[in-house]
Design a protein around this ligand. Sequence first.
Ligand SMILES: *Cc1c(COP(=O)(O)O)cnc(C)c1O
Length: 357
Amino acid sequence: MDKVINLMSDTVTKPGTAMLKAMMSAEVGDDVFRQDPTINRLEKLAADLFEKEGALFCPSGTMTNQIAIKVHTQPLDEVICDELSHIYQYETGGYAFNSGVAINLIKGNNGKITADQIEAAIKDDYDWLPKSSLVVLENSCNKGGGSYYTLEEIATISALCKERGLKLHLDGARLFNVLVETGESTAEVGRYFDSLSICLSKGLGAPVGSLLIGDTDFISQARRFRKVMGGGMRQAGILAAAGIYALENNVERLKIDNDRAKEIAEILGQCNFVDDIRPVKTNILIFDIKSKYDVQELLKKLKENDILAVQFGPQTIRFVFHLDITKEMMDRLKTVLSQLSLPSRDFNSSRISAARS
Ligand SMILES: *Cc1c(COP(=O)(O)O)cnc(C)c1O
């Protein structure tokens, strides 16, 4: 058993024995010829969950988002989204490279934008302006500290998009972390979006894979773009089997991860080096440390205790909770955090950084 408490992301999870067994016994075929029964089963399962006509298994969530942008837009269009969105922050500017579109960023509330903000952002129809054609929401929002939209908020945005002729895509990399909190169903969510992307390789614990979900026309175009992006896989049913296992076994337990993020936030609230903690809504915990302390110093101290986390800004750290964190690890994490003391930056180094700025 790993003793390292790896909170760097929920992508660090490794397949357990039961998932590996499902992978080893998967029936496979060539998926480019649509002959992989396990992939076909996973795609059907996902489409049914969201009450859409089809789904497409892809290697990553970056690919599913990029394909969605490609299908929903023409070059010279623009995508409207929050400034913290994964499609803007962490997909290498792929919207411009793959689709030739501009991006119209909205400053939201911890990653969440409102229908009013979107309405104000939609551009009028002039030759010299990019054409607003797609809105992308992220639920939960990673850089927003795991914040989420309720169905009511989504419904209002969806109605606006319909009225104004814009498509609506959901980057639902961690959607299930939201649904275990709200009790809302996948079918209800599916109704409001033209397409949805969900990740199997985050909190759900599969080693690889994301699903792009939508209606028949959308999926058949998406399939062509997956191919040109190099994402047409062959006997990938081995991976799809892990995805089926994840959807059937690892959804409900996500509530544990969400609750653990809240528990640790409470402990951090007692630590003298901690400044702002973003409201904890799901399995992501983002916090700042006071300016007299150094993030690298904190990460080093954590690492000495076999705890790994990532820097998420100049004074910011992110912890992500997931299924490979055991009860024992939680106890140890709590003990380490409540006993941790950090040296404040020394006089000399603060003078040097002041001189530099
Ligand atoms: C992880 C993630 C993705 C996709 O990431 P991949 O690493 O390409 O699978 C997309 N959106 C959000 C919000 C994510 O957290």
